[in-house]
Write a protein that binds this ligand. Sequence first.
Ligand code: HXC
Length: 258
Amino acid sequence: MLPEKTFEDQVAIVTGGGSGIGLAVATEIARLGGAVVLAGRKPERLDAAVADLTALGAKALAQPTDVRQPEQVDALVEAALAWGGRVDMLVNSAAGNFLVDADQLSVNGWLAVVNTVLNGSFFCTRAVGREMIKAQRGGRIVSIVASYAWTGGPHTVHSASAKAGVVAMTRTLAVEWARHGLRVNAVCPGPTDTEGARPLWQEPAAHRRLLDSIPVGRFARAEEIAQATTYLLSPYADYVNGEVFVIDGGEWLGKGLS
Ligand code: HXC
């Protein structure tokens, strides 16, 4: 277990921070003493999350942001600096996904997901990375990906392609930015029981099939993904760089086996 003040006097930006895995990560960073800037498209969700975190004694800011818009991403980083004076950590958790047959996927559907997952992660990483390089205090970046980035995943061609790009971005920048003291890693959750992801497996037969494919026999809890993420953000992982930390109950290993 990480010490309670692990992130004291540090500032994290968490995209997709108003719900699901992003909110769980922000909550865990706050529990460990960090100040968190929550970015997302829905102001009411961000405000509710900030109210909850503040009630727990945490320092939190809501910054409505569409990560697909580079100027909004720049405004996010400026807001974080104006509020917290520094940015030490970025977690790219904003995502969009829906199940669709590739031949039926519209151009707009492809763009909605790829722009959010791949372009959004790069815009945020670029804006925060620039600031970290300038400040010369180092920094840590973690992106949330999915194992279908390398196994492929039927009906998720947009998301799988975009997440594969985020894995490549992670490994590329881990090498390119190490000389600036930045560590760049990814967390790869298996099926996680969140409000955003639940519709993907709401159909009972699909739910059963998915559950049967997870060797430990259950979905992940968002808190478990948050703990893996804060490990990578913490000094415990100072020598971990360019890694994709799979936390999926063994799901991807068991693919196709019973
Ligand atoms: C087919 C769809 C669709 C669907 C949207 N589209 N949903 N096509 N099936 N279910 C198409 C629309 O018709 C439109 O194309 C285009 O996509 C853009 O849709 P909009 O709703 O206008 O876009 P937008 O408001 O930007 O929404 C983006 C989104 C949305 C991705 C579609 O679902 C979203 O923002 N979701 C965020 C939350 C989320 O998805 N979380 C899940 C993460 S879980 P046309 O051609 O009609 O204009 C996850 C884990 C997976 O990723 C791990 C599994 C193991």
